[in-house]
Design a protein around this ligand. Structure first.
Ligand code: GLC
Length: 684
């Protein structure tokens, strides 16, 4: 069978077999009914051969010269896309830092024995908790009826592949017709994370291990949209297990994993967050189970490096934040989050921290680790300095001078103060603040996005003061952000023209039932009122105004936003909020939110999201029995019962990162390092 003539899934298999021949992996994505299943003891032979790694990751050729100041990994492939080469930057770089430990380059400690040290350090890093508390995994606690029901539903959502658990389906909504399942019958990478945490805390690690290894296989899948392939290392948004007849047989079948990288998703967006979640979960799996052998496997190390290379590759960007298209994360539809959305930056930072901890340090990887350190340092400065807003900062922006053309500009991104939205003027509390949703030249997206803010706390992307400020703000704005159901995906919702322009008139991202004629009707009324206010002469007109106003409110009702991604309330965000609260020693806040959710979720049949300003209604198009709502609730409760376990997902402040500045500009140079001036703000 020729490669070209092969069926698509066969072609994928051939590609994977080719990859296997390089020794980079030992899992097959297709699985004949009686296929031998690769077990944990089945580590690749290559892993035992120390020279093997250098064969896969050839060291950079010094003759290529050195690029100044780049913190990225070069994508030179020399004809082989798998084998990216990594440059060392010509800059003053601190010794390789592994989770707070300074290790001299080339020292033995850098190459060997690092795992024990990492474990030791991790043990000390259960922040916000008494050091005596230890994670208790698999301890059977008294379960409430709601918990039992949630576990029953979560177990029902488990998807098997070759007879083994491999993930959980996005929704098991029996009330939705099969043809309306869309892609909710698939295993989503991001959706599986809370399921994984719940299973791991319960002591059930097999499903997570299988998930990690099989999704790793999908990384090398053939993926194209109209003959264009995205970069290698991309993880799919979701996958489905399909049963297909074996060639020429009606009796024999094989199971095949069919991933979606965005080729068939609505909007065709690459899921940037998938690989980042995969890395975060891989670290958590190691920390909870102690099975570090998994992350040390050659194929797993290759997977981490491919993701990192993809994220660290050079582009035209001037910022250390990751540049992405709209809808590349949990919000996977157009919502004005293209560019540098906070959610991606927070997950990126977290994944960089986790990768640095997991990458086996050798000659082939030390440049990658250095690039990771440089990026971490620049990224944390950038977000802390430019994304943070509180009362003081907004007042500063309000008085900004614009069009400053110099290295010393205060208003670096040329933000026009008129951009400060009217809702924010009253909303920003005296105490507390938050990280804004996005930052671009002349554009600050002041919306509050929950996931990005929570993950900035969890990963220590935010400073201690900022993290406290975010939780203070949530407490202060409880009715807006929690209300009748935790938690708002973003605040506030986009309305009217903004909604039309930014979402592209997406009906799912409003409350729902409007159509274009109601829009025309609505704008006609607006125009008439405009006209009449300048020409109110008779009672007839006044009567009409009353009538129009009445109609206008009706119309507004149908156009009401606060739905789905546009200001909807998502119960799944509960576990991420819980993590942030535990890290900051504010468990009571999370407990309060869990109590709000517990009252409604089981009765409402575990919806995907809620609508209206305070989350009173079950979302118009919401799935029921949404797995990550169930798993998020369970994970929150388990983390609250066992707060020490939060440390498997959190990272602590790394002071060395803040001090290391990759640009190497001295104080006396013509161009000064702008970070030096602002340092007090980023470490406080
Ligand atoms: C929706 C959400 C996305 C989620 C998927 C499956 O598309 O926007 O974040 O992963 O549903 O639940």
């Amino acid at each position: 069978m020729s490669f070209v003539a092969a069926k698509p899934y066969r072609r994928r298999l051939l590609l994977l077999l080719l990859r296997r021949r390089t020794g980079a992996t030992d899992f097959s994505p297709t699985c004949p009914r009686r296929c031998p299943y690769a077990s944990s003891s089945n580590a690749p032979i290559a892993a035992a051969d120390p020279s093997y790694f250098s064969r896969i990751f050839r060291p950079a050729n010094p003759a290529w010269g050195i690029r100044l100041f780049s913190t990225s990994v070069d994508q030179f492939s020399g004809g082989d896309k798998n084998l990216e080469r990594i440059f060392i930057q010509n800059m003053t770089v601190k010794p390789v830092v592994i989770d707070g430990l300074a290790v001299e380059e080339g020292s033995e400690a850098a190459a060997v024995g690092s795992k024990e040290e990492k474990e030791e350090i991790a043990d000390d890093k259960i922040s916000g908790l008494e050091q005596t508390e230890q994670p208790e995994v698999g301890e059977v606690k008294e379960e409430s009826e709601v918990d039992k029901e949630a576990w029953r539903l979560l177990n029902k959502a488990v998807v098997s592949y070759c007879g083994r658990p491999i993930g959980t389906v996005a929704a098991n909504d029996v009330t939705t017709a099969a043809n309306q399942a869309l892609n909710y019958d698939q295993v989503f990478i991001r959706d599986f994370v809370p399921s994984a945490i719940a299973f791991l805390l319960k002591g059930e690690s097999e499903i997570v291990r299988n998930f990690l290894l099989h999704t790793l296989q999908l990384q090398s899948w053939e993926k194209t949209v109209d003959c264009y392939s995205p970069g290698q290392g991309l993880m799919p948004a979701s996958f489905k297990v399909r049963t297909l007849p074996l060639d020429g047989s009606n009796e024999a079948f094989e199971e095949v994993l069919d991933p979606d990288f965005g080729e068939s998703a609505i909007g065709r967006v690459a899921p940037v967050d998938s690989g980042l979640w995969w890395i975060i979960l891989l670290r958590a799996y190691g920390k909870i189970t102690g099975d570090y052998a998994l992350q040390e496997r050659v194929d797993v190390q290759t997977g981490i490096r491919l993701i990192m290379n993809l994220c660290l590759s050079d582009g035209f960007d001037m910022f250390p934040s990751l540049l992405v298209t709209d809808g590349s994360c949990m919000i996977d539809r157009r919502m004005g989050i293209h560019g540098h959305p906070l959610e991606i930056q927070a997950l990126f930072y977290s994944a960089l921290r986790c990768s640095r901890e997991m990458i086996t340090i050798d000659d082939g990887s030390k440049n990658l680790v250095r690039a990771i350190n440089n990026r971490l340092s620049a990224l944390s400065f950038h977000i802390r300095e430019y994304y943070w807003v509180d009362m003081k900062k907004i007042n500063e922006i309000y008085r900004y001078k614009t069009e400053e053309y110099s290295y010393n500009a205060i208003n670096k991104f040329n933000i026009y103060p008129e951009q400060i939205p009217s809702w924010l003027v009253d909303w920003i509390p005296e105490k507390g603040g938050y990280l804004i949703g996005n930052l671009q030249p002349a554009h600050m997206d002041f919306r509050f996005f929950s996931l990005g803010n929570f993950w900035a706390i969890t990963s220590s992307l935010a400073t201690q003061r900022q993290a406290e400020g975010i939780l203070n703000l949530i407490e202060d704005k409880w009715d807006d952000l929690v209300g009748h159901m935790p938690l708002k995906i973003c605040y506030p919702a986009l309305e009217y023209e903004e909604w039309r322009i930014i979402t592209g008139s997406d009906p799912k991202n409003t409350r729902g039932t409007h159509n274009s004629s109601s829009m025309i009707y609505f704008s006609c009324h607006l125009n008439m009122i405009d006209l009449l206010t300048t020409n109110v002469e008779s009672m007839v007109f006044l009567q009409r105004i009353c009538y129009w106003l009445f109609d206008l409110t009706k119309c507004h009702f149908f156009l009401s936003p606060w739905s789905y991604h546009n200001g909807g309330s998502w119960p799944t965000l509960l576990w991420q909020f819980t993590l942030a609260c535990i890290k900051m020693g504010r468990r009571e806040l999370a407990q309060k939110a869990v109590a709000v959710a517990e009252k409604r979720l089981p009765n409402d049949r575990w919806p995907e999201y809620y609508d209206t300003r305070t989350g009173r209604f079950i979302g118009k198009q919401s799935r029921l029995y949404q797995t990550w709502s169930i798993a998020g609730f369970l994970a929150s409760k388990m983390l609250l019962e066992n707060p020490a376990a939060a440390a498997v997902l959190t990272c602590d402040e790394d002071i060395e990162l803040l001090e290391a500045c990759a640009c190497g500009l001295s104080k006396n140079a013509r161009i000064k390092c702008s970070r030096l001036a602002a340092k007090s703000q980023i470490v406080s």
